[in-house]
Design a protein around this ligand. Structure first.
Ligand code: C5P
Ligand code: MG
Length: 196
């Protein structure tokens, strides 16, 4: 079975990871977060990319796709090797810019089908406040005001055009992510139930 992919996009703190966890509890999807995979690679002993990833994350910049696409491809392959029934993936935080998209197209276009983009929409203010709140306990090096301003810039400059591109193809399913977690998930459910 060819992997079926839903890309999950939205600003930092929009609730991508939280909602993906809820989707996994209720639907047969595997959640792969590009950010989580990069943080894991950053901490992996012997990684050639640890320092590069570390500085990109602190600066809110998007890591070159060659690194990210390998992590995603390996994670998908490993999941499907262990259980061939697990061919439905939520790919969270990707593609974040033109380079990400080009890397996906070159490496994965004929290996996986992108069904749609689940887009968690909320204001920059809500995003920043949620991340600052999360920063009190997340231990993340980028949940501070300085990094967040850069992450928001990157989101507006680099990720928005990707969302617009998919929008033009009729592939964006938008959710108002400013509501409570449960309310947002109710909207997510109605989208997933419709998509089948
Ligand atoms: O999605 P998340 O907020 O976990 O991403 C954290 C950081 O990881 C991003 O700000 C960026 O530096 C890096 N990242 C990336 N490329 C992606 C996803 C995340 O470089 N596709
Ligand atoms: Mg996340």
């Amino acid at each position: 079975m060819k992997p079926q992919v839903v890309f999950v996009l939205g600003g930092p703190g929009a609730g991508k990871g939280t909602q993906c966890a809820k989707i996994v509890e209720n639907y047969s999807y595997t959640h792969l977060s590009a950010g989580d995979l990069l943080r894991e690679e950053r901490g992996r002993e012997g990684s050639k990319f640890g320092q590069l990833i570390d500085s990109y994350i602190k600066e809110g910049k998007i890591v070159p796709v060659e690194i990210t696409i390998n992590l995603l491809r390996q994670a998908m392959e490993k999941t499907m090797e262990m259980d061939p029934q697990k061919y439905r993936f939520l790919i969270d935080g990707f593609p974040r810019n033109q380079n990400n998209l080009e890397g996906w197209t070159a490496e994965m276009n004929d290996k996986a089908d992108v069904k749609f983009v689940l887009f968690f929409d909320c204001s920059n203010e809500v995003c920043i406040n949620r991340c600052l709140e999360r920063g009190k306990s997340s231990g993340r090096t980028d949940d501070n005001r300085e990094s967040l301003e850069k992450r928001i810039q990157t989101y507006l400059q680099s990720t928005w055009p990707i969302i617009e591109l998919y929008e033009k193809q009729g592939k964006v399913r938008k959710v108002d992510a400013s509501h409570s977690m449960d309310q947002v998930f109710a909207d997510v459910r109605s989208i997933l139930d419709k998509e089948g």
